[in-house]
Design a binder for this molecule. Structure first.
Ligand code: HEC
Ligand code: HEC
Length: 224
């Protein structure tokens, strides 16, 4: 009697084993999700404000300002910038894509977890408004930002960076309120392949003149 049922019992056993395997697998991936790196914005804020003297890591505030609102035009404002973009820049500074003596040194000192923590802290800060300074070029800057330069095949900046310059997380950084000098410098670096972390931006910058860069950078500073 028992023998007659055994194929059936066997198939039940096989099914039960398959279910157990699936359950173990599901539990495994739930575990992986739970242990994936989680950002700690509070830790990031402490590191940004105080640095870490034991490692010789300076306080980021000394150049990038209180809560990332830099008041020095060559040092970018970081407040309110999207976290994915900031994290990418810190990784790029530590690698070959974006070399700048100061930032490359510091980025190499930060662990991947610390990069993520600081990026998350900065994204939650509020960017203080800035202003355009040059009345003579702000209209040209606005035209380039909103409509591009058709005859040179330069696309509208707004199409990726947003009409108000707020950017689109994760890919497109915030530009609104950024210092003119910093924006002009980055466009120049993209053009000369000094900054090699965006093929899109290098293509665009190579089609722009210095005057066009200055005009659009000034308009961007006034965006809110
Ligand atoms: C001595 C001044 C100085 C200090 C200190 C400093 N930075 Fe910077 N940082 C700069 C400059 C200058 C740039 C622009 C680099 C370039 O031209 O590419 C920059 C760029 C950046 C950028 C890229 C911003 C963007 O819009 O692409 C990030 C992110 C950044 N810094 C984070 C930090 C963090 C985090 C710290 C602290 C660990 C720090 N910085 C400390 C001067 C400084
Ligand atoms: C097709 C999409 C696209 C268009 C159009 C575009 N950008 Fe960008 N831009 C990007 C991306 C993507 C990045 C981020 C690159 C990176 O990851 O480092 C960027 C980065 C930048 C940066 C660096 C920001 C920083 O904090 O360092 C500046 C400045 C900039 N763009 C200006 C402009 C201007 C000015 C225009 C219009 C003339 C423009 N962009 C048009 C995609 C675009």
């Amino acid at each position: 009697m028992n023998r007659a049922f055994s194929p059936f019992v066997k198939s039940l056993l096989v099914a039960a084993l398959a279910l157990t395997a699936a359950a173990v697998q599901a539990e495994g991936s739930a575990h992986a999700a739970a242990t994936a790196p989680k950002a700690d914005a509070a830790k990031g804020g402490t590191l940004f404000s105080n640095g870490d003297a034991a490692r010789g890591l300076p306080a980021c505030v000394s150049c990038h300002g209180e809560a990332g609102n830099s008041t020095i035009s060559v040092n970018p404002k970081l407040a309110g910038q999207n976290a994915g973009y900031l994290n990418k820049q810190l990784l790029n500074f530590a690698g070959p894509e974006r070399n700048q003596p100061v930032m490359t040194t510091y980025a190499k000192m930060l662990s991947d977890q610390e990069k993520l923590d600081i990026a998350t802290y900065l994204a939650a800060q509020t960017s203080k408004p800035n202003a355009a300074k040059n009345k003579d070029t702000v209209e040209i800057g606005k035209k380039i930002y909103r409509g591009g330069i058709a005859e040179k095949n330069v696309p509208a900046c707004a199409s990726c960076h947003g009409a108000s310059g707020a950017g689109i997380p994760v890919q497109y950084p915030r530009l609104a309120g950024q210092h003119q000098d910093y924006t002009v410098a980055q466009l120049g670096l993209f053009k000369a392949d000094g900054r090699k972390n965006s093929a899109q931006m290098s293509t665009i910058a190579k089609r722009m003149s210095d005057d066009e860069m200055k005009a659009v950078a000034d308009y961007i500073a006034g965006l809110k």
